[in-house]
Structures are given as structure tokens and as C-alpha cells.
Design a protein around this ligand. Structure first.
Ligand code: ADP
Length: 175
């Protein structure tokens, strides 16, 4: 079955999916932005499990339980800090998305929701990040038969519109 790719405005902490993705930092011990919101909603058991993982490199991903979240799991990934674009940022962001999809496949997940990784405090330009996020999602369709839905959950209308424009530029069909 073909994976359906969706774009919506919303709060990722409320998503009832197999996994929500956390835009974490390399310590995995919590932070601000979406990371803080996910930890608050999941409860203290999440940081306790994260503490046992020993951190995560930029461009990599780790899976944990979802605890008090509606999501069964959290996939923690670390996107790059934007330093002008010539310091490997696009490759690192692509790697973060790919690793999330690999972890989803390894765990047989059917649905995964992503925030705009690196587009908050880390300063990645939203349009460039959206093109990478969407093309990474398109790449996995056809390679992971168990994955039914990929949902990009954007925190405001402007970000959601930027993603929709990027999908149109990539001639992607949205679900
Ligand atoms: P990073 O450090 O990777 O830049 P941030 O958490 O600062 O991560 O921001 C990533 C994106 O997540 C931003 O676009 C921000 O607006 C968005 N965001 C923050 N809270 C939520 C939430 N509850 N649901 C979805 N997106 C969120």
C-alpha cells in the first residue's frame, strides 16, 4: 500500500499515532520548544528512559515509549543548528528524517508525525527544511510497506502553508 503524506496545523503532543518525532538535542534530556512540550505531556518517565540512551548524534534517531502521550512511541532525532547552510546542514537534516523512517520501519510502525525539525531555536529556514522533509518522506514510500501515514504537524498556519507550497513545488500528492 502506498504511504499517505499529510500536512496539517496542530499540536504534535496531541497526535494519536504510532510515533511522534521529537526535535531533541544531543543530550536527549529535554529542552525548550517542541521538546519541552513533548516531555511535559509524556510525563517524567520519558526523561528517565531517555537518560538511559546516552544521547544521540546530530542526524541520528532513537525510539522510546510514549508514556502519557496518545502516541505509542516517541522517536527522538537531532537536527542541525543552522549556521548559514554551508556547514553540512542539509545533509544532517536529511539524515535526521531518514533515520526516523528507518527506526519506524525497524519497529513496524504504521503512522508517524513530524514537527518542523530544526526550524525553531535551531534556525533552519522553513522552506528549505520543508523541501528536505517532504522529499525524505516521498523516498520512503514504496520502501516501507507497513508505513501507512506520514503527517507533518505544523504549529501555525504560515508554516503549514510553507509546507503545502513546498509539496506543490515537488509535485507531491497529499493525502
Ligand atoms: P529545534 O531546536 O529543532 O529548532 P524547536 O522546538 O525550537 O526545535 O522548534 C521546531 C518547530 O516545532 C518550530 O517550528 C516550532 O514552532 C514547532 N513547535 C513547537 N511546539 C510545537 C508543538 N507542540 N507541536 C508542533 N510543533 C511545535
Amino acid at each position: 500500500m502506498k504511504t499517505q503524506i499529510e500536512i496539517m496545523r496542530g499540536d504534535i503532543t496531541q497526535m494519536a499515532v504510532d510515533a511522534i518525532v521529537n526535535a531533541a538535542n544531543t543530550t536527549l534530556l529535554g529542552g525548550g520548544g517542541v521538546d519541552g512540550a513533548i516531555h511535559r505531556a509524556a510525563g517524567p518517565e520519558l526523561v528517565a528512559e531517555c537518560a538511559g540512551l546516552g544521547g544521540c548524534e546530530t542526524g541520528d534517531a532513537r525510539i522510546t515509549g510514549g508514556y502519557r502521550l496518545a502516541a505509542r512511541h516517541v522517536i527522538h532525532t537531532v537536527g542541525p543548528v543552522w549556521r548559514g547552510g554551508a556547514k553540512g546542514e542539509p545533509d544532517l537534516l536529511r539524515s535526521a528524517y531518514r533515520r526516523c523512517f528507518e527506526v519506524a520501519a525497524e519497529n513496524g510502525l504504521a503512522s508517524i508525525a513530524f514537527p518542523a525539525i530544526s526550524c525553531g531555536v535551531y534556525g533552519y529556514p522553513m522552506r528549505d527544511a520543508a523541501l528536505i522533509a517532504l522529499s525524505a518522506a516521498r523516498e520512503t514510500t514504496g520502501h516501507n510497506p507497513e508505513l501507512e501515514r506520514v503527517i507533518f504537524v505544523l504549529y501555525n498556519d504560515e508554516a503549514a502553508q510553507t509546507y503545502r507550497d513546498a509539496a506543490a513545488a515537488l509535485k507531491m500528492e497529499l493525502g
